[in-house]
Design a binder for this molecule. Structure first.
Ligand code: ADP
Length: 588
């Protein structure tokens, strides 16, 4: 392309140059010849005029005209023709007298015609007599009988020779000028096409995706301006590319960090894009490579069918499905055909509902548990009430026992409802602590006071190890609820021995341990005892009036304080429940 442009520029300039040179040579040659002819004409005129003086005093008779012509011809070195008023040639320096009569009448010759009309006649033409090109000048002769015109003629061969030599000279000079200018043109053309070639290389590199390519040579001419324009275009291109890349990276980031699985599948079922979450949700180790068949990747006939339906539908289609990956997963997949862009591409979004499903199941279990817990005391209350109504009131011996059972079951219901309400309140998202400063040891002592009678009745020791006050900033009522639950459990599940409480702390934390010598908890049950309604020994818990909610409440309260509860237990030897809270709950 560059070479052809260069060649074309070079050839075009050479053609113009040759045309100009030829024009100069031709015009100069023509001008030269015209000038020579003019000059010769003047010389001829001067000679004719001189010859006319000879005829002023006519000494020559008509018979001597041929000799006179001969003499004049020799004197001036021209061909001299003498013509009478009828146009007949009466003497000619180059025609013998005896052949004059053979010459045709000259009255029609332009120069003779002008002279016969008393004017100076001039003409240039090929002589019919001599067959060469001649310059003629004719003048009228006055007052000479038998003679009207003297004409002199000179062959133009001299002029032609001079013109030809000039043309040769001009041609030689022209050729040299041509050679020099051709070299200059070639150099200039090469220089320009080289610069254009450099620019086209920059443009090609830009086209090949190298945004750093720049034109180097930028002088203030047209090529320089083209370079500047290319550089401007490259900067703009780079700016736009960066914006596009940024945009793409952001989209990739969004896609990569989405919890939902996303895939774009083309009309032929090949994956155009997909994120990692898709593989995770489908239980696969890696997301699909671009171009992989979605069918082979997901191996889910339901999802394949969903994509097929979506391709034919104008709306988003939705499907709930269950996968075993290997654990059961509940998924909701939506597929939407995309308008524009890739033809028939479908955007598939897979949402993992397993957690939602799990929470649903937890709620259902909870409702079932609550119903179950309520059912037993309610059945008892109803049963004993009916017994009383159906004659039990008259059974003096047992009726008091019946009423006592009804009261105990009602108390159990009340405790259950209170625990449920506590739990509901603690689980509210806006649950807040009412912080106050108090001595944890003193709070423990107060709670112990409430359990002392019960411990004595059960013949169990109940002691608090001595120590300094441990001041905390916490929700006093809730911490007391924790202590009450732990002491209640310790007494409930201890047959013999004692319950010992220790309180202590460091500058940051305060702790309290409730240690019993009771039944202990099997290691397998330890991780679950803080779950709602979880009991190690259901019958025993119920018999002791337990709701299965106490430790769940303890855990919630400590979570709200950003503290923790731990348990150490040895089966048959006893358990130690330890709670730990920050000294200043508000500071955490
Ligand atoms: P409950 O009302 O049944 O006591 P909790 O939530 O307070 O319910 O306790 C859950 C279970 O943990 C109890 O049913 C019991 O099996 C076990 N447990 C709790 N505290 C003790 C303890 N100090 N010693 C032995 N087992 C305990």
């Amino acid at each position: 392309m560059t070479r052809s442009l260069r060649a074309r520029l070079f050839v075009a300039q050479l053609i113009v140059l040759v045309a100009a040179l030829v024009l100069v040579v031709v015009l100069t040659a023509r001008e030269e010849r015209a000038w020579l002819v003019r000059h010769r004409t003047e010389l001829l005129e001067r000679s004719v005029r001189l010859s006319l003086r000879d005829f002023a005093a006519p000494s020559v008779s008509a018979a001597g005209w041929p000799a006179a012509a001969q003499a004049l011809g020799e004197r001036f070195g021209y061909r001299v023709t003498l013509i009478d008023s009828s146009g007949r040639v009466v003497g000619d320096s180059e025609v013998p007298a005896e052949r004059l009569s053979l010459l045709e009448n000259h009255a029609g010759r332009p120069e003779v015609r002008a002279a016969l009309q008393q004017d100076v006649g001039r003409d240039v033409r090929r002589s019919a007599t001599l067959g060469v090109e001649l310059l003629y000048v004719a003048m009228p002769v006055r007052r000479v009988a038998g003679l009207a015109v003297v004409r002199m003629a000179e062959p133009l061969s001299e002029v032609a020779r001079l013109t030809a030599s000039l043309v040769r000279l001009l041609a030689a000079v022209g050729f040299m000028v041509f050679a020099v200018i051709a070299v200059v043109i070639a150099w200039l053309t090469r220089r320009h096409t080289k610069r254009i070639g450099a620019l086209s290389a920059v443009a090609r590199r830009l086209g090949e995706g190298d945004p750093r390519a720049r034109a180097r040579e930028l002088p203030a001419d047209d090529v320089g301006r083209l370079g500047q324009a290319i550089n401007g275009m490259a900067s703009e291109l780079r700016r736009r590319l960066s914006a596009l890349e940024r945009d793409r990276d952001e989209r990739e980031q969004i896609l990569a960090h989405m919890n939902d699985g996303v895939a774009l599948v083309d009309g032929a079922g090949h994956v155009l894009r997909a994120n990692r979450a898709l593989a995770t949700i489908l239980g696969l180790p890696l997301p699909p490579e671009v171009g992989t068949s979605f069918q082979q990747f997901a191996r889910s006939p339901e999802l394949d069918e969903l994509l097929r339906v979506a391709r034919r539908s104008a709306q988003t289609v939705e499907l709930d499905l269950r996968l075993w990956t290997p654990q059961q997963r509940f998924l909701r997949a939506t597929a939407t055909r995309l308008s524009g862009g890739e033809r028939d591409a479908v955007l598939l979004v897979v949402h993992d509902l397993s957690e939602v499903e799990r929470l649903n199941r937890v709620r259902q279990d909870f409702v079932a548990n609550v119903s179950h817990e309520l059912k037993t005391p309610l059945t008892s209350v109803r049963g004993y009430a009916e017994t009383l109504l159906e004659g039990g009131l008259d059974d003096l011996e047992h009726r008091e026992d019946f009423v006592r059972v009804i009261r105990d079951q009602a108390t159990r219901l009340q405790v259950l409802v209170e625990d449920l309400l506590s739990l509901a309140e603690l689980e509210r998202p806006d649950a807040r602590l009412r912080l106050e400063r108090f001595d944890l040891r003193e709070a423990v002592e107060r709670q112990l006071g409430g359990f002392r009678d019960r411990a004595e009745r059960a013949r169990l020791g109940l002691e608090l190890e001595d120590g300094p006050p441990v001041v905390v900033s916490a929700d006093r009522l809730r911490i007391e609820q924790v202590l009450a639950n732990l002491l209640d459990n310790a007494l409930k599940y201890t047959e013999r021995g004692r319950v010992r409480v220790r309180v202590g702390g460091d500058p940051v934390h305060a702790w309290c341990e409730v240690e019993d010598t009771g039944s202990g908890i099997p290691p397998a049950d330890l991780p679950r005892i803080f779950e709602r309604f979880y009991r190690v020994d259901k019958a025993r818990s119920r018999e002791k009036g337990g709701t299965g909610l106490g430790l769940a409440i303890v855990k919630h309260i400590l979570d709200l304080h950003e503290g923790e509860v731990r348990v150490r237990s040895a089966l048959g030897e006893g358990s130690v429940f330890r709670i730990e809270i920050p000294r200043d709950a508000s500071a955490t």
